[in-house]
Every structure is written in C-alpha cells, then in structure tokens.
Design a protein around this ligand. Structure first.
Ligand code: ARG
Length: 459
C-alpha cells in the first residue's frame, strides 16, 4: 500500500532505509494510548462541528473495531507503515474505508506521538508508585521486626557504632519515600495534553483542546504549541528519577551482597531469589541483588542517551525525537521488575540476629560510649577522646576489648569510672540509649516506623 504521506513522492523509500526510519518495532507499546487519543480527537471533531456526527460515529466504530482486534492479538504491525500512528490509521482505513482519512484533520503525528507518550507515562508513573509503595511497606514490616536487632553501624566500611538493624532499614525507607515524591511530582508534567498543537503551530480549525484533554483524563493543556510537540522534559524527569531510584537500590543490593558473604553472614537470601554455580556445588549466589546493582548502569545510560539527543535540538519536532522511546521503555521495564524483585528478596530474607550482635561484641565500636561516659561526668570530650584512644591502643596490644579491662585498671586511668561502665559498654545499651531525634535508639526507630505507617496509610 502507498505511504500515508506519499503524495509528493515519485519513488518509493529505499527498502533498507525504511526499517531504519521505522519505530513500529518499539512504539507498538503505545497502541492503547494511540487509540485512546484518536477516540478523544474524533469526539472533539464532531462536537466542534469540524466533522459531522455521522462521520465521527463511523470513525469511532472503526476505532473500536481496531481496538477489539488489537486486544484479540489480531493486529499485525508492518514496518512499511513506519510507526504506531500510521499502522493504526491503516487498519482503520481497512475497516471503514476513505472516511478514515478524516480522523487526521487538525492533527499531526507530532502532537499525536507526544500525546501517546504523555498517556503512556502517566500509566507508567502510577505503576511505578504502586510498586514503590509496596516495597516501602515490605521495608517497614521488616524494620518493625528488627527494632531491637543489634548490628554494627559502619563508616568507611569500618565498625563505627552499634545500631538497630531496623534503623538501617528505615534509612532505605526514607530514600524510597523521596523517590516516591519525585515520581509523584513527575506526574504534574506528564499530566498535560499536547493534542491540538498539530505539527508545531496549532491549526486553523476551531478545535477544542480542553475537551480532548478532559476526554483523555489530562488536567491541563500545553499553552505553547511548539513546546507541546518538542517537550520531552517529562521523560527526562522520569529517567532521572529512575536513575536516583536505581542508585538507592544498588546501594541496598550492595549491602545485601556483602551481608550474605561468608565474612559477614548477617543475612541469608531465600532460595527463590538465589542461584547456584554450574561448577561449584556449594555456591548460593545473590544474582538478583547483583543484577539490580548492575542494571542501574543501563538506567543511567538511558538518561544520558536522551539528554544527549535533546542537547542543542532546534525547535520544534525533529526526527531525532523518535530516539526518546526505547530508553524510556527499557527504563520502565527495568525499574518495575527491580522493584518487584527487591520486595520479594526482602520479604523472604532471613536475618541472622546472633551473628549480627556478636560482631558488635568483638570490636571497639563501644569506644564512643566510654568517651561519652567520661564527658557526661564532666571531663571535656576532647580529653575523654584522648584517654579512650590510649585505652583502645592498650587493649589492641594486649589482645582484648574495652569490656574486658578490669575495673582496677579503669580506675587508674580515671577515677570517674565506676562499675556501671560494663553495662554502658554493652552494644545493646549503646543502641537503646541513642534517643536523640532521628537516632538509632529503640524509641526513635519506633517513632520512624510509626510515621512511615501513617504516611503509607495516607498515600
Ligand atoms: N514515529 C515518530 C516519532 O516517534 C512519530 C512522529 C513522526 N512525525 C514526523 N513528522 N515524522 O517521533
């Protein structure tokens, strides 16, 4: 069949080039959105009197038939029809004949593709937020089971101070809450209709852009037609929000990978989220966590890909913009699956509480407790720090820890030290007492969990 735009051409398109220029292999993901946009457009064309009611009814019935065929898997997309818009229009033509040609009145593929992408983005943002909400719930549930589970807190990957495992988990909850907020804000810029901008300059037909926007469920319309057809900020925002999300997940996964290593043994991943080795029979690998960590790379790549496409692009539509889709689809698939896998991995995780707490008993992560103890009794903190540093050195040389130092020795070092020091030096006590706002103290962790449960119930 001749091209829908074939009028001004004398020769056909070079066959190899045809596939190069086509987007149907990937933009078919927007089939439903394309049909929805066309339905809204034709409804408006009738209500404004641009088409007769009868013409519009024929076209609508045709679109519904194409839709039914699509849902039944009976539509075969063709490279020679280039993209989703012309594939659908060709099917419509086959259903209802020449009246199909009236659908494209006062419309261009430039505003059509932008409309499809806005619709697709709104659906994807909702799905992303649902999955993020689920993951946040899984984290809060796990954290509430581990408010009093003691583990080492790290700085520089060295034991720093003991913390609550629940507190550690709630740090990730906070990151994911910001991610959720970012995707919610992303919705504001996705929720604007470009339809009616036509090719770039609007149209001479008396269209009603607010009507089509309302029919498609958009809250607003673009006020500038050139911006409408060339804006891809809402996609860049999505790709950048997705990159930040993947960065967070990659940090969490990195910790899971460390924690299930032989050196840590803090957690055990369930079999459902682990894999074996084809040569080493003993292996149980955290592949899924590694993959999420690795997939953050492609998500960053998709962001940089589109930023680079958009750089220096003159107004208004340019075919370069066709390159906006594959990265967007790939990023959506990647984050949606990563969020599911992450939630599954965390909800089936076993926590080896005794190994976690033991690792805070064979270290000097209670050194701050001793310094704080002296400072609380009036010694300037800097002086207390110096004394404790010397004690740590003495213990290191002797091969034991601060809790093993006899009271007689402590009292030689400072008369401020009493027998209650041994309770103070326990990691559980250290965690329990850190009740400054937002600290790892049990009360504070419970407070965070309560706030989180409240927020989840209201979002
Ligand atoms: N497939 C095109 C894209 O994705 C649709 C818009 C084409 N418009 C045009 N004037 N060639 O960008």
């Amino acid at each position: 069949m001749a091209k829908l735009w074939g009028g001004r051409f004398e020769e056909g398109l070079d066959k190899k080039t045809e596939a190069f220029g086509a987007s149907i292999t990937f933009d078919q993901k927007m089939a439903r959105q394309d049909l929805k946009g066309s339905l809204a457009h034709v409804t408006m064309l009738a209500s404004t009197g641009i088409l007769t009611a009868e013409e519009a009814e024929q076209i609508k019935a045709g679109i519904q038939k194409v839709e039914a065929k699509y849902e039944a898997g009976e539509i075969e997309f063709k490279i020679e029809n280039e993209d989703i818009h012309m594939n659908m229009e060709t099917y419509l033509h086959a259903e209802i004949g020449p009246v199909a040609g009236k659908l494209h009145t006062a419309r261009s593929r430039n505003d059509q593709v932008a409309t499809d992408m806005h619709l697709w983005m709104k659906d994807t943002l909702s799905e992303t937020m649902d999955k993020l909400q689920n993951l946040r719930e899984v984290i809060v549930t796990l954290a509430s089971e581990h408010v009093e589970t003691i583990m080492p807190g790290y700085t520089h990957l060295q034991h720093a101070q003991p913390i609550s495992f629940g507190h550690h988990l709630m740090a990730y909850y906070s990151m994911l809450t910001r991610d959720f907020d970012r995707f919610a804000f992303n919705m504001k810029h996705a929720d604007i209709s470009p339809l009616g901008a036509a090719a770039l300059a609007g149209t001479t037909f008396p269209i009603d852009r607010k009507e089509t926007a309302a029919l498609m469920g958009f809250s607003d319309v673009y006020v500038n037609s050139m911006d409408a057809v060339s804006d891809r900020d809402f996609i860049l925002e999505f790709l950048s929000n997705a990159s930040i999300l993947m960065m967070h997940l990659s940090r969490f996964c990195e910790e899971l990978i460390l924690w299930c290593s032989n050196e840590f043994q803090f957690v055990t991943l369930s079999d459902a989220f682990s894999t074996g080795s084809s040569i080493m029979p003993q292996k149980k690998n955290p592949d899924m966590a590694e993959l999420i960590r690795g997939k953050s790379g492609r998500v960053y790549g998709n962001l940089f890909g589109l930023l680079t496409v958009m750089k220096s692009l003159p107004l208004a539509y340019n075919k370069d913009l066709q390159e906006d889709k594959e990265g967007m689809f790939d990023t959506a698939d990647t984050i949606l699956t990563s969020l599911d896998v992450m939630a599954g991995m965390l909800s089936t995780l076993s926590v080896n509480e005794s190994i976690m707490v033991e690792s805070t008993e064979k270290d000097f992560s209670n050194a701050t407790e001793l310094a704080d103890y002296l400072a609380a009794k009036g010694l300037p903190f800097r002086q207390a720090h110096e004394i404790v540093g010397e004690m740590v050195l003495e213990c290191t040389k002797a091969g034991y820890y601060l809790q093993d130092v006899p009271l007689t020795r402590y009292q030689e070092v400072s008369t401020l030290i009493d027998s209650d020091i041994y309770e103070t030096l326990k990691s559980r006590t250290a965690v329990q007492r850190r009740n400054s706002y937002g600290g790892t103290g049990f009360e504070q962790v419970k407070m965070q969990i309560d706030l989180a449960k409240d927020a989840l119930n209201h979002s």
